[in-house]
Design a protein around this ligand. Structure first.
Ligand SMILES: Cc1cc2nc3c(=O)[nH]c(=O)nc-3n(C[C@H](O)[C@H](O)[C@H](O)COP(=O)(O)OP(=O)(O)OC[C@H]3O[C@@H](n4cnc5c(N)ncnc54)[C@H](O)[C@@H]3O)c2cc1C
Length: 464
């Protein structure tokens, strides 16, 4: 691992900022999307080595046991937790636990839990305890969901992205060639075998024995569709020859999110040092079969500061998100021209149980902020109505709807790829990103995206 990370814009390495996530940042793709019938959104995605791990918040939490159980169903035994755990241990270097039964001490991704001394973090822990939530000291050890410190891929204040972790140490290998500013447009097939990719600018073809798409769940599905891998009827409508009739872009999942903004006062109002977040609470919504399906995550700095560096005395947010929501989205091709973006529809909160769980999450966040523990630092909500009924709260949520940006499952195992990431019905083509998950992990997916890279690399190396 290099001593001094270099080559990245300084703000991308600053774990106390999220400048890369700002739609105006140069290391960013912006995909237009529709969260529901009335809410449009621009999805930022990292346009740099390391992808969105270079522009994200640095939350690095493993998927839950239930996730692995679902992914490994129907004979996909490679994806049991038991078989994935050795890779989870090997990919990390956990500064708090070191090498242990469930942790690794020497892997490429540094993991550490931030100090818990920020007044918001301290108040959040005290409030959670006061309200009877369980304590979950290690979010990466599959205990009962509760509140606890947030594992982050941060070392010495540097957001350690996957490019730094994996590519920087391999930089000088003679068999590694990195082509920057080269956009893959489609996969080229010869008699059902992938033999290369056409790239922009210029449409040159890069040939390869193994083609592995890892452009993220949006761009990978877009590339597959442009290559004729997708629902045959949709491809025919656009005039693209079908290479494989597969349900690409059908039924993806993500985490709907709303921000509950509040005015800080006193010690919490002006602090700008340290990470953007430090702790998180998971609890189970009423009637949910999934433990820990709602997440409350307090930000420690104003969003205007995190995204744009504006040092304003702005409000803080608690991010409320559903980790196991039922709504499913679609990525659909609009044109055979790679320059025309696909249509992305999230269909968020279409399900009434999702709406109920989101209401419960917002009410729980408001209750936390109104405890004695926050009395010295909480000066009121920005715009949450006082004790709204369900209909009023649904309207407020619709007005504040966002996404956690965890889009997964556009080319899932079980229908588009097999458990080794190989695209069904074709040869020489794999997918190695969040596209292959049948469902989004029930926690932020960055740790799982790295796991997928590790797993697919191993499948290739051992010839599966
Ligand atoms: C603003 C934001 C904050 C987030 N915060 C967190 C967080 O704190 N914790 C967490 O767990 N998750 C977080 N996520 C989600 C997480 O970072 C991503 O889900 C994860 O990085 C996705 O990994 P991936 O490999 O599937 O795709 P990506 O990380 O998006 O990587 C795709 C790569 O492919 C490249 N690419 C795309 N299209 C092409 C093309 N046509 N040709 C060539 N290259 C291409 C991109 O430039 C990029 O380098 C966040 C996401 C965003 C956007």
């Amino acid at each position: 691992m290099p001593e001094t990370p270099s080559g990245y814009a300084a703000e991308l390495l600053d774990a106390g900022s999220m400048r890369g996530a700002d739609p105006g940042h140069r290391n960013h793709w912006g995909y237009f999307a529709r969260l529901n019938a009335r809410t449009d959104y621009v999805l930022p995605r990292g346009r740099v080595l390391g992808g969105s791990t270079a522009t994200n918040g640095g939350y690095f939490v493993r998927a839950r046991e239930d996730d692995f159980a679902g992914w490994s169903a129907a004979g996909r035994r490679e994806w049991t937790l038991e078989r994935s755990l050795p890779f989870l241990r090997e990919l990390e270097s956990d500064a708090d636990y070191g090498s242990a039964a469930v942790h690794g001490g020497a892997g490429p991704m540094p993991v550490a839990r931030p100090a818990q001394g920020h007044p918001v973090t301290a108040a959040f822990a005290a409030a959670a305890q006061q309200l009877g939530y369980a304590c979950e000291p290690d979010k990466n050890d599959w205990g009962a969901p509760g509140y606890g410190p947030l594992p982050m891929n941060v070392r010495d204040g540097v957001l350690w992205n996957a490019g730094l972790a994996y590519l920087a140490p391999a930089w000088n290998r003679p068999n590694l060639r990195i082509l920057g500013s080269t956009v893959v447009e489609r996969v080229i097939f010869d008699s059902g075998r992938a033999v290369g990719v056409a790239v922009a600018p210029g449409g040159a073809v890069l040939e390869g024995e193994h083609i592995v798409l890892c452009a993220g769940a949006v761009a990978t599905s877009h590339t597959l569709l442009l290559s004729g891998v997708g629902p045959a009827a949709d491809l025919a409508r656009i005039g693209i020859d079908v290479a494989a009739d597969l349900p690409v872009g059908v039924g993806f999942s993500d985490h709907p999110q709303v921000s509950l903004a509040w005015h800080p006062k006193g010690a919490a109002a002006q602090l700008r040092d340290g990470p953007a977040m430090a702790s998180v609470l998971h609890f189970t919504s009423s009637g949910s079969a999934v433990a820990g399906d709602v997440e409350l995550l307090p930000l420690l700095k104003p969003v205007a500061y995190l995204l744009r560096g504006e040092d304003v005395a702005g409000p803080l947010d608690v991010l409320v998100s559903l980790q196991a929501n039922r709504s499913r989205g679609t990525v659909r091709l609009e044109s055979a021209d790679p320059g025309v973006a696909p249509t992305i529809n999230f269909n968020y909160l279409a399900d009434k149980e999702d709406r109920a769980a989101m209401r419960e999450g917002v009410r729980a966040a408001a209750t936390v902020l109104c405890t004695d523990a926050f009395a010295a630092i909480f000066a009121g909500f920005v715009d949450l109505p006082t004790r709204p009924d369900d209909a009023a709260l649904d309207r407020w949520i619709a007005d504040h709807l966002g996404t956690a940006q965890h889009l997964s499952g556009t080319a899932p195992m079980g229908s588009v790829v097999d458990q080794f990431g190989r695209v069904e019905g074709l040869r020489g083509l794999r997918v190695a990103d969040l596209s292959i998950l049948p469902t989004v992990p029930m926690r932020g997916p960055a740790a799982t995206a790295v796991l997928i890279g590790e797993r697919v690399a191993d499948f290739i190396a051992r010839g599966d």
